[in-house]
Design a protein around this ligand. Structure first.
Ligand code: SAM
Length: 281
């Protein structure tokens, strides 16, 4: 039996390095009546590593309604439970929001046991301003929707933070270069706290070329961060695409690509490629 009944603990777990768990998280996982996990096999490995054996219940995106109802009924009986996800902080791009909302509506105690999140870990080492950031989670999988989402974010002072997977890292960087231009500073934080941890900061065009050239840089888990633009009034904002389109109306393709590169400080070959695409449209 727990000594804090009818309570839901939101427990952060590691994002790679198993030592990144707090003493309090271990104590709570040991003490609760049940652990509610996104993937029980995955969490079982963590609990085994910690020498903890507790009954478990699965709550993931495919059973969230049913599992939420079951957790609420267990709380009604006075059980205390710990919600964990596969990695990092539950609810940060992970299941659990309907459960926490329902608990609060029913006045069950919900207690945070804070710890790691890839979002904060990446931001803290990015070298980008952290006083004002915007977390976007995963971008849409379909390119048209992804481009539209990026367009909607292209201006603003906040540092932008995205999660990305190995399947789409290249396509996303390509789209970012197109929308934000090759000169916008990006940071790629890969495999944080793991063996191949890499944090690279560079203009987006260089970041893309680096990832294209080295397939190892496309493996693992990623947080992508983009520098914000200066606030309106401090500078005139112009998208490199619209600059190129305007120049193409006035002069031959090669000249337009060279001039756009000179004005923006970007790479000539990237503008040349983009000019060819625009002409093909
Ligand atoms: N709840 C987690 C958190 O607090 O960070 C995030 C879960 S989300 C489903 C998984 C995504 O987080 C990955 O696809 C990746 O974008 C990011 N992520 C998780 N672990 C990471 C790591 N060690 N390094 C870089 N990114 C990571």
């Amino acid at each position: 039996m727990s000594n804090d009944s009818a309570c839901l603990y939101i427990v952060s777990t590691p994002i790679g390095n198993l030592d990144d768990i707090t003493l309090r998280a271990i104590e709570v996982l040991r003490r609760v009546d049940r652990v509610v996990a996104e993937d029980t096999r995955h969490t079982r490995r963590l609990l085994d590593h910690l020498g903890i054996a507790r009954p478990m219940l699965a709550l993931h995106e495919h059973n969230e309604d049913d599992a939420t109802a079951r957790v609420l009924s267990l709380l009604e009986t006075g059980e205390s439970l710990a919600l964990v996800s596969d990695a990092g902080t539950p609810l940060i791009n992970d299941p659990g929001f309907p459960l926490v909302r329902a608990c609060r509506e029913r006045s069950f105690k919900v207690v945070p046991i804070p710890g790691v999140s890839a979002l904060v870990a990446a931001l803290s080492v990015s070298g980008l301003p952290t006083d004002h950031f915007r977390f976007e989670g995963f971008l849409p999988r379909k390119q048209a929707a992804r481009m539209a989402q990026l367009q909607s974010l292209s201006h603003g002072p906040a540092t932008l933070v995205f999660y990305e997977s190995s399947h789409r890292i290249l396509a996303t960087l390509e789209d970012m270069v197109e929308v934000f231009g090759p000169q916008r500073i990006g940071v790629m934080a890969r495999e944080l706290t793991k063996l191949h941890e890499t944090v690279k900061s560079a203009p987006l065009g260089d970041l893309l070329a680096w990832v294209e050239a080295d397939e190892n840089q496309r493996k693992g888990e990623f947080v992508l961060l983009l520098a914000g633009t200066e606030t309106a009034g401090d500078s005139v904002q112009i998208s490199t695409d619209s600059l190129l389109r305007t120049l193409l109306e006035e002069m031959p393709l090669k000249q337009a690509a060279h001039l756009a590169a000179r004005i923006s400080g970007g790479k000539k070959n990237l503008f040349y490629q983009r000019a060819l695409e625009i002409n093909d449209d």
